[in-house]
Design a protein around this ligand. Structure first.
Ligand SMILES: Cc1cc2nc3c(=O)[nH]c(=O)nc-3n(C[C@H](O)[C@H](O)[C@H](O)COP(=O)(O)O)c2cc1C
Length: 187
């Protein structure tokens, strides 16, 4: 069976993901790229991966700098995701156009304000895979905050919904865990 690119995209769109902005210093400027082809790879050592299109400017910047940040977006950072998904952006108007502000780590990597999590990454290997490169990096530092994630599913941004239940879950156990949740939120 031959699969068309449209069918391939459609199938992968069923895999709901979070949304990240990959940040890298480029000659003193913050360069960002929206990415959801991000995954954990190994716990010991702590490794993550991000797949980057050969045509993205970020591709050359990651090779050059060998250090980058992964900023996991919150549900109220959609404008930031849209901004860093545009190829034409120079990223000079990030704050005015998308409300994106940055700090720098001791290594000079840009850290997005208000992200749900931040991972400071040092490039280990870069493996070409078709029209993308798989960048595997060691995680050197993390920051985690409270909040809800921005999600991407079937080509659309989403917010997280209610907790999922297995169809075999009984009404009684569902009611009891709803009770647990509502009593937790009152404290
Ligand atoms: C939700 C979403 C996820 C994306 N994920 C990736 C990704 O994982 N890898 C990638 O190369 N491009 C991804 N893109 C596309 C890039 O963000 C886009 O091509 C961007 O313009 C590249 O920027 P650059 O040329 O400044 O590096 C994604 C876009 C969106 C909207």
């Amino acid at each position: 069976m031959s699969v068309t690119q449209e069918e391939f995209r459609k199938a992968l769109g069923c895999f709901a993901t979070g949304v990240t902005v990959i940040t890298v210093d480029h000659e003193g400027e913050v360069h960002g790229m929206t990415a959801n082809a991000f995954a954990s790879v190994s716990l010991d050592p702590m490794l993550v991966l991000v797949c980057v299109d050969h045509r993205a400017r970020t591709h050359a910047h990651l090779h050059a700098k060998k250090r980058f940040g992964v900023n996991v977006l919150t549900e109220n950072q959609r404008a930031i995701s849209e901004y860093y998904a545009l190829a034409s952006q120079t990223h000079q108007d990030a704050e005015r156009e998308a409300g994106a502000q940055f700090d720098r780590t001791t290594h000079g990597t840009p850290v997005l304000h208000g992200a749900l999590a931040y991972l400071e990454c040092r490039l280990r290997t870069a493996e070409d895979a078709g029209d993308h490169t798989i960048f595997i990096a060691e995680v050197e530092d993390v920051v985690v905050r409270d909040g809800d994630p921005l999600l991407f599913f079937r080509g659309k941004y989403r917010a997280i919904g209610a907790e999922a239940y297995d169809s075999s879950t009984t009404t009684a156990s569902r009611a009891s865990s709803e009770f647990d949740r509502s009593s937790r939120s009152k404290h």
